[in-house]
Write a protein that binds this ligand. Structure first.
Ligand SMILES: [Zn+2]
Length: 66
């Protein structure tokens, strides 16, 4: 239930994250957070970000895409 709501709200933050992280996606010095593309970015075109490299985002975990 809560996961579904977070999933719908995520794209708004993702857009800002892409703009900021586009220059240095793995640079933690810019924003204080190191973000990585969801592991399903290449295989499922997932647009979400994760804090652990090669991890699946909450949306993918909820969908069973681990
Ligand atoms: Zn994902």
């Amino acid at each position: 239930m809560g996961i579904t709501n977070n999933t719908k709200a995520a794209p708004v933050n993702t857009q800002a994250a892409i703009t900021t992280a586009d220059k240095a996606p793995v640079d933690s010095s810019s924003g204080g957070f190191t973000k990585y593309r969801c592991k399903n970015f290449y295989t499922h075109d997932c647009q979400n970000w994760v804090y652990v490299n090669k991890a699946a985002c909450a949306s993918c975990l909820a969908a069973g895409l681990t």
